[in-house]
Write a protein that binds this ligand. Structure first.
Ligand code: F6P
Length: 346
């Protein structure tokens, strides 16, 4: 018999649009099973610090259009803290949480999977990340909204570039997978896109930009923050977070690339970094619906006692997939998508 009475929800890692709809979906669905819902503050940190409190319908009923997460978030990794895992266990016991819903990307869900496997903690997951780099789901929520923001930014840059007869470079987030750059480039009509999965060929790109410039007197480029321009662009140890990631934005890829383009083409070039603007703001329709559906599905997974599973979008269906499949391997841009993007480098 299912003995679940209380569930706890947390959101971890970088915030993105769609988190609040996912929280709402879970809280609403929990009513159907008569579960009491607790909100865990700031990701795994809330369980380490015992920062947990009830989460009612009235707290979530008007959040579907709100960016960020009402629960707060952090990049804290309990495995990197002395007694961290024990504190997580203690909080779960103290607040009598029968199951945990972890909403996050590869890092948050990586911890969820480890806690499930090694500590027998009853966890289910929901796939959020603007990077869209989680395996085992067709899309993560947060991606659509962040690319939509990048397209708007590119539109403005292109207006300015067209007026000043310049080359404009937009640096976007996305860490080590190029989905955000690829989709932003294609959907905004950029003339070239650079992604971490593909080797950078500056000479080829500059030749192309000169050709484009001759035709329309301006050009635009999308660059992913995760590309490498020259060796030695490594992070110092203190710049890494608890999951070993560096803040890529600090490397100034867009600015460095702009200098190179200017030098090689002789054309006036400017750049902009969209940064965290891409993560905030009201979720798009797609992310609202996906977030809500993921939230609902996580509670169904709890009710079905499918712990160690994650809600995932496959085609148009929301299903449960093993967390292991989601976190085992980063989903990077494959050749088929890259070939498609190149069709528009003309
Ligand atoms: O993982 C999501 C993400 O937005 C990445 O695209 C980016 O590299 C990183 O988070 C930035 O992290 P922070 O908000 O900690 O600077």
């Amino acid at each position: 018999m299912n003995m679940i009475k209380r569930i706890g929800i947390l959101t971890g890692g970088g915030d993105c649009a769609g988190l609040n709809p996912a929280i709402k979906g879970a809280v609403y669905r929990a009513q159907d099973y008569n579960y009491e819902v607790y909100g865990i503050q700031e990701g795994w940190k809330g369980l380490v610090k015992g920062n947990v409190s009830t989460l009612s319908l009235s707290e979530v009923e008007e959040i579907v259009d709100r960016g960020g997460t009402i629960l707060g978030t952090s990049r804290l990794n309990p495995y990197k803290i002395e007694n961290g895992v024990k504190q997580v266990r203690d909080s779960i016991k103290k607040f009598k949480l029968d199951a945990i819903i972890a909403i996050g990307g590869e890092d948050t869900l990586g911890v969820a999977y480890k806690l499930f496997k090694e500590e027998n903690i009853k966890v289910v997951g929901a796939p959020k990340t603007m990077d869209n780099d989680l395996s085992a789901t067709d899309y993560t929520f947060g991606f659509d909204s962040s690319v939509t923001k990048a397209i708007e930014a590119m539109r403005s840059l292109q207006d300015s570039g067209r007026s000043h007869r310049r080359i404009m470079v937009l640096e976007v987030m996305g860490r080590h997978s190029g989905w955000v750059a690829l989709f932003a480039g294609m959907a905004s009509g950029a003339d070239w896109t650079l992604i971490p999965e593909e080797k950078v060929n500056i000479d080829e790109m500059c030749q192309h930009l000169k050709k484009v410039y001759k035709r329309k007197k301006y050009a635009s480029v999308v660059v992913s923050e995760g590309i490498s321009l020259f060796s030695g662009m490594m992070a110092k140890k203190e710049e890494l977070d608890q999951f070993g990631h560096m803040i890529l934005q600090k490397r100034g890829i867009g600015a460095n690339l702009t200098e190179l383009i200017k030098e090689k083409t002789g054309i006036e070039t400017r750049n902009a970094v969209i940064g965290h603007i891409q993560r905030g703001g009201s979720p798009t329709l797609f992310d609202r619906i996906l977030g809500l559906r993921c939230g609902v599905t996580t509670v169904d997974l709890v009710a079905q006692e499918r712990f160690g599973y994650m809600a995932a979008l496959k085609g148009n269906e929301l299903i449960g997939v093993p967390l292991k499949e989601a976190v085992n391997k980063l989903k990077t841009v494959d050749e088929k998508w890259w070939e498609l993007a190149q069709v528009f480098f003309k």
